[in-house]
Design a binder for this molecule. Structure first.
Ligand SMILES: Cc1cc2nc3c(=O)[nH]c(=O)nc-3n(C[C@H](O)[C@H](O)[C@H](O)COP(=O)(O)OP(=O)(O)OC[C@H]3O[C@@H](n4cnc5c(N)ncnc54)[C@H](O)[C@@H]3O)c2cc1C
Length: 323
């Protein structure tokens, strides 16, 4: 058993995922309280040099051709070994499609408690207290982090990714993998998002629309506003699932991560799967009739006006101002 905090360094196609830095930021604070070190776990093939800027005390790198692509049961074999061998105080995963899949399976396999949707972990008098956001971010739950070892799947929002970066490359220790069996899933092809549409991850102004828009016809109002302010329309998942906008415009866990100068969220509640993809926006403005919607937790400005009343007036005002 140790007081170390393990961080799963998530990466895809040669790039460290932003959530990994968020985890490092959380782990640094936790380790200061637990008295342990922050240890990054880097699984893959020929990726040893990827972890140059993660703020950890050391990296344990596990290299094997079978780890070249993310295959849940193969990654699980390696992590189960590492975690049971050293019993760290906590293991942090991103609450992403990769991290959540691993954390759930390992919790069952190793019989360890899992804290999901964790937003932050505080140190109170040496004890670690987690805050998790449930029900799409509407309910915050607080509790003591189970001991001796807890698995924690973290959503973004509680820490700045920058706090988890370092200019000093950490020492990397190579760890031999256990004898690995090939997984039941094979990656056949990486499918790039459809081309031919705008790339919302590169746009400076996004006018994003959620279920609050109510029907496909109302999207036109939003298009007019976007055009007036020189932006592009994007959307939350219900809007795309209804077929009102194409998948290329989807912001979120199953869509794109965006970092515009302005993100105008119209009728979007701010569920974690959406919110996690907009935290790098410079300014978020939210329009939502529900004052307790979680989007207001991350928005710099907001109003509870009905978007259907506000949007046409706003478009008109912008047009007048430009004349
Ligand atoms: C594995 C997984 C992946 C997911 N991936 C994504 C993803 O990539 N992107 C994504 O967006 N979601 C994703 N989701 C779904 C996500 O959990 C939410 O369900 C979704 O983001 C909710 O979209 P919304 O905010 O538009 O709708 P709702 O949550 O229904 O919110 C609509 C909001 O509009 C407000 N409203 C209603 N009428 C008006 C009005 N007239 N004026 C102003 N405000 C109004 C309401 O108060 C409400 O807050 C995923 C879920 C899962 C489980």
């Amino acid at each position: 058993m140790s007081q170390d905090i393990y961080v799963i360094i998530e990466h895809l196609r040669g790039q460290i995922a932003d959530i990994s830095y968020v985890l490092c930021a959380a782990a640094r604070q936790m380790a200061a309280a637990s008295g342990g070190n922050v240890v990054g776990l880097l699984l893959g093939h020929n990726v040893k040099d990827l972890a140059q800027d993660v703020a950890v005390d050391r990296v344990l790198a596990v290299d094997d051709p079978l780890l070249a692509n993310f295959v849940p049961d193969v990654y699980q074999q390696v992590l189960a070994n590492l975690i049971s061998a050293s019993a760290p105080r906590a293991v942090l995963f991103g609450d992403t499609s990769i991290g959540a899949e691993l954390a759930g399976a390992l919790s069952v396999q190793l019989g360890l408690p899992l804290v999901s949707y964790c937003r932050n972990v505080r140190a109170d008098d040496g004890r670690l207290t987690y805050v998790s956001q449930l029900c799409g971010g509407k309910v915050m739950v607080e509790g003591e982090l189970p001991a001796p070892t807890a698995l924690v799947a973290m959503v973004p929002g509680g820490y700045q990714a920058e706090q988890g970066k370092s200019t000093q490359p950490p020492p990397v220790e190579t760890v031999a993998p256990p004898a690995l069996a090939a997984g039941r899933i094979t990656l056949k092809q990486y499918i790039e998002p459809e081309s031919g549409d705008v790339d919302i991850s590169k746009e400076a102004i996004l006018v994003s629309v959620g279920r609050g828009i109510q029907n496909a016809d109302n999207i036109e109002l939003v298009r007019e506003l976007a055009e007036a302010i020189g932006g592009v329309v994007s959307a939350s998942r219900p809007v795309v699932d209804q077929g009102w906008l194409p998948t290329t415009r989807l912001v979120g866990k199953s869509g794109k991560r965006v970092k515009p100068r302005l993100y105008l969220a119209l009728g979007i509640s701010g569920a974690p799967e959406h919110a996690e993809a907009i935290t790098d926006s410079q300014t978020i403005i939210a329009v939502n009739t529900d004052a307790s919607a979680p989007i207001f937790d991350i928005a710099r400005y907001g109003t509870t006006l009905d978007l259907l009343d506000l949007v046409p007036v706003l478009t008109e005002k912008v047009r007048q101002a430009k004349q």
